[in-house]
Design a protein around this ligand. Structure first.
Ligand code: DC
Length: 217
């Protein structure tokens, strides 16, 4: 199986890059962040505190979460409902960062992710793919960009959608999530020793994709 791991902080462009790569290579793209986001959304809907291990454990052991593909695009289904859009809101982002720090959640998600990689050629993006989920991945990449550049990208994305956002607030949120993701005890965001490091601050999406393709080929 061809298994490609891309890790990096939020807003580094992992998902966009992974989507384009998956199309070019004609393989699946599993956005693992979507799975943690769906867990968080389900917990919030049940009024479960995303940091309460005991309650989250009960909930996550029977979670009804499915990942499907429609025309090559990942669709995240929670409790039988397509939540692909709903999981992208800001509240869910922060809750996902909290719930992903719990071992009961990570164990369950990692099991599901490994099953996808066992059955399919795929490119998986997340925080711990190269270090924990697929330590034997065929190729590993660590994609990052400065916090300011990532906040600018998010600012542009949201204002283009017509939303009013405060740049400083976005930057603060990115720094907070970076801190949470890289300081948690289990599977923190970390570059695998054998991963290629890419700083995309001054690179276009196409440049990053071309670089990755050149390494894979
Ligand atoms: O990539 P994202 O922003 O959609 O991820 C949402 C949250 O999930 C993020 O705060 C970190 C967490 N996450 C994780 O802990 N491990 C992964 N493999 C993917 C995401």
């Amino acid at each position: 199986m061809l298994n490609i791991a891309i890790d990096g902080p939020s807003g580094s462009g992992k998902s966009t890059v992974a989507d384009l790569l998956a199309k070019q290579l004609d393989i699946l793209h599993l956005d693992t962040g979507a799975m943690y986001r769906a867990c968080a959304l389900g917990a919030v809907k049940r009024n479960i505190d995303c940091l309460c291990e005991e309650k989250v454990k009960d909930y996550v052991k029977d979670i009804d979460l499915q990942i499907k593909y429609e025309n090559g695009r990942q669709v995240t289904i929670l409790d039988g409902v397509d939540v692909s859009k709903e999981i992208r809101n800001n509240e869910v982002s922060l809750m996902a960062s909290n719930i992903s720090s719990l071992s009961c959640v990570r164990e369950k998600m990692v099991e599901m992710q490994r099953e996808v990689a066992r059955l399919n050629d795929c490119i998986m993006d997340g925080r711990d793919i190269g270090t924990v989920v697929l330590p034997n991945a065929s190729h590993k990449f660590f994609l990052t960009a400065s916090a300011e550049v990532r906040a600018e990208r998010r600012f542009k994305e949201l204002t283009e959608k017509g939303q009013t956002v405060d740049f400083e607030e976005l930057l603060k949120e990115i720094n907070l999530r970076d801190y949470n993701d890289s300081h948690r005890k289990i599977a923190p965001l970390k570059q695998a020793e054998d991963a290629h490091f890419i700083d995309s601050s001054d690179k276009s999406v196409e440049e990053v994709v071309d670089f990755i393709i050149s390494i894979i080929k």
